[in-house]
Design a protein around this ligand. Structure first.
Ligand SMILES: *Cc1c(COP(=O)(O)O)cnc(C)c1O
Length: 459
């Protein structure tokens, strides 16, 4: 028996009402949560009732207990980590994805969502200036996108060394040298660990966290055999970009694979005004980015892009390599680490369709303009110092001492008007700003600078 459509009505109506109330409250609500994990787990937990609970009641209980424990990450004044809000069209599409409940693994089985993801993938390649023949795959996030690109690279460089990875695994294989900038994102290390490649050999970075091309050239001079180099578009602290094209050319001369971690920075390529940050981006072999950060789709949505579709398919395809025909469009499951999955690329399509080409560029331009306005405002506060060149969406601020920086950050977070996360960069305590939300406006910028001024005031 198929479910009675009316069976869903009450639960969906309640979910819709709670969602709208949550979203409507974001502009007024203090940003930090007012509840904690133990309180929420206790209120929702205990012994599981033996009998059923009405679905609408379940939704009401969930919203009532969970909401005080939510951080207002969708606020235009939330600048913590690198988060990003949710565009209206992306959220609507995400709801449909849940209602449709398609397993987006196989083309013939779910052509609706696979087709939507295919359209989104082609638009992404176009906007990012990457070859239309590259393979786009929708994964859970930037970590997995790094994993996927590096997995494709591992497959290719070992194959070129005459090693059958599928058959033999890594035991006894030629050593794969992996180089990465000293200020790479930690998820590169995690991805390499998953891949059994160990820790990367670090190459010196400059004062903004960019890999130094001269240091890379020197490191490459000593390398023999299979080689992968992980570059970065968008440093977590400074927003700085490696000289991707220049470095890629050096690596390719040695027959290596070039991967770019552009979790939030890859989006610079979509704007004519920011494109200068990524010269030669298209000369890499694989790219990782997040739609759930800069594009403002809901979690979870990362994007893995690989120039040679066969390399990605060789890494993740189930069927034996001899069964793969190059002219055959791969099924989505052959390009990602999981088999069954949600159609997470559909909200990407909706975000892009709702913004249009100019809207995507304007979104990225606004991140940069707002970051620069915040940096300018904060640098006028006595004792505050902006440590990075604000070329993109990230601002790194320090006060007179580490102790002061931590105290100001703590006061700022308690104040609740804005959220900027603490970190350490280059051995100093810092307050980090990441502008990643589509809704951040001039008023948010002004209120946030005022909040930092209050938090930094003596006494
Ligand atoms: C956020 C981030 C990642 C990891 O992405 P997730 O979506 O959190 O898995 C990787 N690299 C950089 C530069 C990032 O900012």
């Amino acid at each position: 028996m198929s479910p009675d459509p009316a069976a869903y009505d009450a639960a969906l109506d309640r979910a819709d009402a709670h969602a709208r109330a949550w979203l409507a409250g974001i502009p007024q609500r203090p940003l930090p949560p007012t509840s904690d994990v133990e309180a929420v787990a206790a209120a929702l937990g205990g012994s599981l009732p033996d009998g059923p609970t009405d679905p609408a009641e379940v939704i009401d209980l969930l919203a009532r207990v969970v909401e005080p424990g939510l951080m207002s990450m969708g606020s235009g004044r939330f600048f913590g980590w690198v988060i990003g809000g949710t565009l209206p069209a992306a959220l609507g599409a995400d709801w449909l994805v849940s209602a449709w409940d398609q397993n987006a693994a196989i083309r013939f089985a779910t052509p609706g969502v696979v087709g939507a993801e295919q359209a989104a993938g082609a638009w992404l390649l176009d906007l990012l200036g990457l070859p239309q023949s590259a393979q786009v795959a929708f994964v859970t996030g930037g970590t997995t996108a790094n994993f996927a690109g590096l997995a494709a690279g591992r497959q290719r460089v070992l194959e070129a060394a005459g090693w059958d990875l599928d058959r033999n695994g890594l035991s006894g294989s030629p050593r794969v040298t992996v180089l990465a900038g000293a200020d790479r994102h930690v998820t590169i290390d995690i991805a390499l660990r998953y891949l059994g490649l160990g820790a990367p050999t670090l190459v010196e970075a400059d004062d903004q966290g960019r890999i130094r091309p001269d240091a890379l050239a020197a490191a490459l001079a000593t390398v023999e055999g299979p080689l992968i180099v992980a570059l970065q578009a968008g440093n977590l602290h400074s927003g700085a970009f490696d000289a991707i094209g220049e470095c890629a050319d050096l690596v390719h001369k040695k027959g290596g694979w070039v991967h770019v971690d552009g979790a939030f920075g890859l989006w610079a390529a979509t704007s004519p005004r920011q494109r200068h940050l990524v010269p030669g981006l298209e000369r890499a072999d694989s790219w990782a980015t997040d739609a759930h950060k800069s594009l403002n789709t809901p979690y979870d949505c990362g994007v893995s892009i690989v120039r040679d579709p066969a390399a990605l398919r060789a890494a993740f395809g189930f069927s034996a390599a001899y069964l793969i025909r190059a002219d055959d469009d791969p099924d989505p499951y052959e390009t990602v680490p999981e088999f069954s999955r949600r159609a997470r690329g559909v909200p990407v399509w909706a975000a892009l369709r709702s913004l249009g080409r100019e809207g995507v560029a304007a979104l990225v331009d606004a991140f940069v303009a707002n970051a620069q306005a915040i940096a300018a405002g904060i640098s006028e506060i006595p004792g505050a110092q902006v440590l990075n060149d604000v070329v993109y969406s990230q601002v790194c601020v320090a006060f007179e001492s580490d102790e002061r920086t931590r105290a100001v950050t703590e006061r700022l977070l308690a104040d609740g008007v804005t959220w900027m996360s603490g970190s350490t960069w280059k051995g100093r305590a810092v307050m980090r700003v990441s502008v990643s939300n589509w809704s951040t406006d001039d008023e948010d910028v002004r209120l946030s600078i005022d909040a930092v001024r209050r938090a930094a005031a003596p006494g």
